[in-house]
Design a protein around this ligand. Structure first.
Ligand SMILES: *[C@@H]1O[C@H](CO)[C@@H](O)[C@H](O)[C@H]1NC(C)=O
Ligand SMILES: *[C@@H]1O[C@H](CO)[C@@H](O)[C@H](O)[C@H]1NC(C)=O
Ligand SMILES: *[C@@H]1O[C@H](CO)[C@@H](O)[C@H](O)[C@H]1NC(C)=O
Ligand SMILES: *[C@@H]1O[C@H](CO)[C@@H](O)[C@H](O)[C@H]1NC(C)=O
Ligand SMILES: *[C@@H]1O[C@H](CO)[C@@H](O)[C@H](O)[C@H]1NC(C)=O
Length: 471
């Protein structure tokens, strides 16, 4: 049993001892390892949701077929749950949630489904709602205890707020745009009729315990205030409020607002900051394997508790190995297929697979990557409970650390060190020609043939089907 600190001490000691004699040769052989090398099994996902197979919990020499019942469709979506990479270990809490498992609320005019800490127990700092409004439909005027950040998925809505000091902000947002309302600010949301279908958006709250069931609603409040108090408050007869509904409506149909925002304004906008942000008009930064757009309070001033990155990853590309120093991350998949492994310290790691509409939650400091495992461009959002976007790139850390120090740990050669990027790459391309897979109906027979002659630590899954490639 070696502890990491002992290993580190040994590594540093051996470097120090070797230094005087090997200072002229920067590619001196690394010191002998004190533990066996890590497995060279590439640990590819063994299938994807398009694979024409019945998935089995078998990887290499481990596992066995399923004799009992099987939810084949869920297993197709989750290859790294049923047959995890051998690098997974320990007891890492679940960090995946599909909105498809959320309990939806249906209304005339739309729907809303949420995810919070009750669904994903580790998601203590961010909760979310996916909401749909038909053209003209209104999300009842409301406010809540947490701040709200939103990303438009489709269509156009008009949003507005009145701040505690009586300033006004009203604006329209479309696909890929954002809004942010600080905690407790009243706000109004209505779908425009720019597209006849109305709109759909993602709402992010800066607390894991937020629930759509506990928002403060205009009608719901007034239905619970004595009528004579309402009359005194507004200096009208009680009969003026004869037709308020007896409870909140949450979502309800209405006529669409006038097309131009300016025609809907009671007074011109006069807040010192904007509460919407046209992210769709920002060009993504190109990276080796995709693009990224970062949006935080340095450009979207109002958004002091939430920041985000909108990322695309091309086929076979990967969002590089990294972590976020103190910020919890809530991830949302917009299109494509992906897998994420989180590293939770103490040898603990867990891998999950994601499709469009799925959520991941990555606690602060957990190392992770996001790999495009599909055959289309992967698009996703990284959303943080922080006004500032920050990440630590593993490649950059290694590239900017004295090479001998890095070699003492990883026993890599100079050519490999030279590949570490001093600039943050964010999204990296495919490292080498990826293996070719056959589309297969007989995963089991291939697995058994492949594994008969190989031990559990050989790269024997290299030629297994992944569900795409040759037909
Ligand atoms: C991606 O995979 C799906 C399912 O196997 C297939 O129908 C589609 O043609 C593939 N697309 C490309 C671009 O290869
Ligand atoms: C939206 O606009 C279209 C075209 O102008 C119209 O046919 C439709 O009735 C409108 N929908 C609503 C809900 O007003
Ligand atoms: C706020 O929005 C207005 C209207 O879109 C725009 O002209 C202005 O530049 C924005 N201000 C900031 C600080 O982004
Ligand atoms: C964004 O990219 C488009 C197309 O390349 C270009 O026309 C436009 O000027 C760019 N916008 C900004 C703000 O850089
Ligand atoms: C991605 O990898 C697959 C096999 O794993 C290969 O068939 C395909 O050509 C690669 N695509 C790109 C765009 O690199």
């Amino acid at each position: 049993m070696y502890s990491w600190s002992l290993l580190l001490t040994l590594a540093i000691l051996s470097t120090a001892l070797a230094a005087p004699s090997s200072s002229e040769t920067s590619s001196a052989p690394a010191p002998s390892p004190t533990v066996p090398y890590a497995s060279d099994d590439p640990n590819y996902p063994l299938w994807n949701l398009d694979s024409d197979i019945t998935p089995e919990p078998i990887r290499g020499g481990s596992g066995a077929t399923i004799l009992g019942p099987q939810n084949r469709l869920l297993d197709l979506q989750n290859p790294d749950a049923l047959a995890p990479p051998t690098t997974d270990n320990g007891d890492v809490p679940n960090f995946k949630w599909p909105f498809s498992l959320s309990h939806n609320r249906l209304y005339t005019g739309g729907w809303a489904r949420g995810q919070n800490v009750k669904d994903v127990p580790c998601a203590t700092d961010i909760a979310a709602v996916n909401m749909r409004l038909e053209a003209g439909a209104i999300r009842e005027m409301h406010w809540h205890i947490d701040a709200e950040w939103a990303y438009m998925l489709a269509g156009y809505v008009r949003v507005s707020t009145v701040t505690p000091d009586g300033k006004v902000y009203l604006a329209d947002v479309g696909p890929g745009d954002l809004w942010y309302f600080p905690a407790g600010f009243p706000h109004n949301i209505q779908a425009k009729n720019t597209t006849e279908e109305g709109a759909e958006f993602l709402l992010i709250f800066d607390s894991g315990s937020f629930s759509e069931d506990s928002t403060f609603l205009l009608i719901d409040w007034l239905a619970h205030v004595p009528k004579e108090v309402i009359a005194k408050n507004f200096q009208v007869d009680t009969s003026a409020f004869d037709h308020i509904p007896s409870r909140g409506l949450f979502i309800f149909p209405s006529d669409p607002p006038p097309p131009n925002a300016i025609d809907d304004m009671v007074v011109p906008n006069d807040t010192p900051v904007n509460y919407t942000f046209p992210l769709s008009q920002v060009n993504g930064t190109k990276s080796a394997g995709g693009t990224y757009k970062v949006v935080d309070s340095t450009m979207f001033t109002a958004s002091t508790t939430i920041s985000a990155a909108e990322i695309t990853v091309e086929v076979n590309g990967t969002r590089e190995l990294h972590w976020h120093p103190t910020e919890p991350e809530w991830t949302y998949f917009i299109s494509g297929e992906a897998r994420i492994s989180v590293y939770a310290s103490s040898s603990n790691a867990r891998t999950s697979d994601f499709q469009a509409g799925d959520i991941a939650y990555i606690p602060p400091t957990f190392g992770h990557y996001v790999e495009n495992t599909g055959n289309t461009t992967l698009k996703f959002l990284e959303i943080f409970k922080s006004g500032l976007f920050r990440d630590v790139s593993l490649s950059q850390w290694l590239a900017l650390t004295p090479p001998e120090h890095v070699k003492a740990h990883l026993q890599v050669d100079d050519a490999t060190i030279a590949k570490f990027s001093r600039d943050k790459q964010v999204v990296v391309g495919p490292a080498q020609p990826a293996p070719t897979y056959a589309r297969s109906q007989s995963l089991k027979s291939q697995l058994h043939t492949e594994t008969d002659s190989l031990d559990a630590y050989s790269p024997h899954v290299r030629n297994l089907p992944r569900g795409f490639g040759e037909k």
